[in-house]
Write a protein that binds this ligand. Sequence first.
Ligand SMILES: Nc1ncnc2c1ncn2[C@@H]1O[C@H](COP(=O)(O)OP(=O)(O)OP(=O)(O)O)[C@@H](O)[C@H]1O
Ligand SMILES: [Mg+2]
Length: 254
Amino acid sequence: MNAPMVRAEGVRKHFGKLEVLQGIDLTVERGQVCCLLGPSGSGKSTFLRCINHLEKVDGGRLTVDGELVGYRQHGIKLHELREREVAERRRDIGMVFQRFNLFPHMTALENVIEAPVKVGRVPKAVAREQAQQLLEQVGLGDRAGHYPAQLSGGQQQRVAIARALAMKPKLMLFDEPTSALDPELVGDVLDVMRDLAADGMTMVVVTHEIGFAREVGDTAVFMDQGVVVEAGDPRQVLAEPEQERTRAFLSKVL
Ligand SMILES: Nc1ncnc2c1ncn2[C@@H]1O[C@H](COP(=O)(O)OP(=O)(O)OP(=O)(O)O)[C@@H](O)[C@H]1O
Ligand SMILES: [Mg+2]
């Protein structure tokens, strides 16, 4: 199938009277990295949450890998998916948050095998082997037995990435994965994300790491007040933005 991995057409979302997404148009092709930037409250997290149906879209059309998020289409009719079907589709999408949300009473390895064993019904021995490989991939092969409290923020975030990868997602969503980290820990996490991108993972990354967006991003999307103000090649959007709003924002974060 040649459908883009993510396609948003006029996506709308409101919370009560607040129109948080006012018609988002955006396409992420397979294997591409899309970096989302924009001021606080512009709707970046809400949009990411719509992609894996943690929020329900109110209008427009949103597809992942050619399938409507949250609905099945029969002719011109849309049928809302049942919770079980939503959960099934969500398994294909990995999400990494600003706060790592690891299970504190589980070791790094136990955190990584939890979903494959409980949800994916992968045999424990197989899951452990895969988890060890994933921990090595994120540079933490020697920390498998550590509990989150025994790991730095950057290490915890890399465990969180390994945990998301354990379900073999076709799409990874990152919501400001480095913004809660001490500056010296940011690089290791970005390196892991850079490797993932180089391996061909499709990624949507909310980040204010302009350097990362410029080097790794295939597209940069600047959002403000629930709309895409400007999108395109990161080297263009971030270096020579056409829109005044983009320029004003970049002058604050750079
Ligand atoms: N569940 C909710 N109920 C009501 N309002 C919400 C809800 N979630 C988000 N909002 C509001 O929607 C707007 C957009 O929020 P969102 O978290 O998407 O912004 P953001 O661009 O991710 O901001 P930040 O950079 O601060 O993370 C904000 O005004 C927020 O207060
Ligand atoms: Mg946010």
